[in-house]
Design a protein around this ligand. Structure first.
Ligand code: NZQ
Ligand code: ZN
Length: 392
């Protein structure tokens, strides 16, 4: 196991009706003038926004508001948010929504105290200062409610890039699983796929002797395999929703990934798809992640056998471990298909002829990525090709 620090300062406020306590928590963490940031309207329609505003007012907290965050959140709205915060004297950002809204809020939070262009932080600069951010989460997916990460798309050239810093970790996150019951099943499934991908990015490691994190990863994956079909079949199943919501956070605070090298190539490869086609991140991952697995499994067949036997219930074939490894990957893809996810380019709305452009935008040049298997540009092109043509 590698040396590590684990820092997860967020206070998670979990359960039914907890959004009514938002104002109290903003006060606890020192907010006096809040920017409420939200998406395309789901929180208006559900009445959540009104409940959050009421809670702030009851606690004497003033607020400004800015809606309109799109999935794959854009830099253009971030600039607006930064200007608004400066002119209104905002000292606390409250994201009410999903990963896109939270990531946009984090971008505003680092932009406000910074003299230069906030995009600098999405081009390699490390953030050391930000306004405090908190969240009221409405979808179990990105894990941004507990992570120090943010992913923004620059509209000019549709460049999707991320940043990470502990100053972006939310002060608190309110997590009421009931709020996710209004999600269309496609979005629920996209979220579930993203959660599983966050675990797999950590599970496939070259670090040995990491039993505790292996087992934690498997616990989250087994939970997702059990609970996701339950919520797809019955969207109002509170307990299944609750398990998935907490799984989403556990998957991405890094508690399942400490002490081990991680991969994250599937995320990088997917981000080019959601940047080019503006598809849901989870849907892109459903197409990419099994294709990546098929490309790399020979690097450590036994690790894929471990996934196949422990997570997807395969029988170990000792004469032919490769058969077991491939069966595990096949079951993963079939699971994704079963919850309504696309499994190839056609189903995602992507085009095979765009592969050279996708690889070029990935921007690897002559180098290789880091991770479980260090990929060249040719390798990435091959993964896109496997993804393009995948069938059950
Ligand atoms: O915009 P509204 O109207 O709210 O609708 C949203 C949006 O259309 C809708 N939605 C959310 N909660 C709902 C709801 N509809 C009905 N009822 C509810 N309760 O769902 C759609 C998707 O929302 P979005 O916020 O985009 O989803 P998600 O949480 O999956 O976030 C995706 C973004 O997070 C990034 C992705 O790349 C993508 O841009 N990621 C962020 C990470 C991080 N910060 O740590 C890590 C991830 O790997 C990921 O890359
Ligand atoms: Zn993700």
């Amino acid at each position: 196991m590698n040396n590590f620090n684990f820092y997860s300062p967020t206070e998670f406020v979990f359960g039914k009706g907890r959004e009514d306590e938002t104002g109290r928590y903003v006060k606890k963490y020192g907010g006096t003038k809040v920017l409420i940031h939200y998406g395309g309207g789901s929180v208006v329609r559900s009445g959540l926004l009104d409940r959050v505003k009421r809670s702030l007012t009851e606690n004497g907290v003033a607020f400004a508001e800015l809606g309109g965050v799109q999935p794959n959140p854009r830099d253009t709205l971030v600039y607006k948010g930064i200007d608004l915060c400066r002119s209104e004297g905002v000292d606390f950002i409250l994201a009410v929504g999903g990963g896109s809204t939270i990531d946009s809020s984090k971008a505003i939070a680092i932009g406000v105290p910074y003299d230069g262009d906030f995009w600098d932080f999405y081009s390699g600069k490390h953030a050391t200062e930000a306004l405090p951010v908190a969240t009221v989460l409405t979808i179990a997916a990105a894990g941004s409610e507990g992570s120090g990460n943010s992913v923004i798309t620059k509209e000019e050239g549709m460049l999707k890039r991320g940043t990470g810093s502990d100053v972006l970790r939310p002060r608190f996150s309110i997590m009421n699983p009931e709020l996710t019951q209004t999600l269309p099943s496609y979005q629920t499934a996209c979220g579930a796929t993203d959660i599983m991908a966050h675990v797999f990015e950590r599970y496939f490691t070259n670090t040995t002797e990491v039993e505790i994190t292996d087992r934690l990863c498997e616990a989250v994956l087994l939970t997702m395999v059990k609970e996701t079909p339950r919520v797809i079949a019955d969207p109002d199943n509170y307990d299944a929703r609750a398990n998935i919501m907490w799984a989403g956070t556990v998957a991405h605070t890094n508690i399942v990934g400490v002490g081990r090298d991680q991969d994250w190539n599937s995320h990088g490869i997917e981000h080019e798809l959601s940047a080019l086609y503006d598809c849901a991140h989870g849907a892109g991952l459903a197409v990419i992640m099994p294709a990546w697995m098929e490309f790399v499994y020979k690097h450590n067949v036994m690790r894929f056998c471990q996934m196949a036997t422990r997570v997807f219930g395969c029988q170990m074939n000792f004469e032919s471990p490769e058969t077991t490894a491939l069966e595990g990957i096949r079951r993963f893809r079939s699971f994704l298909h079963g919850i309504g996810m696309p499994i190839n380019f056609r189903e995602l709305g992507a085009k095979e002829e765009d592969i050279p452009a996708l690889v070029e935008k990935f921007g690897l040049g002559d180098g290789r990525t880091y991770g479980f298997v260090r990929l060249s540009s040719d390798d990435i092109a091959e993964i896109y090709r496997i993804a393009a043509r995948a069938e059950l």
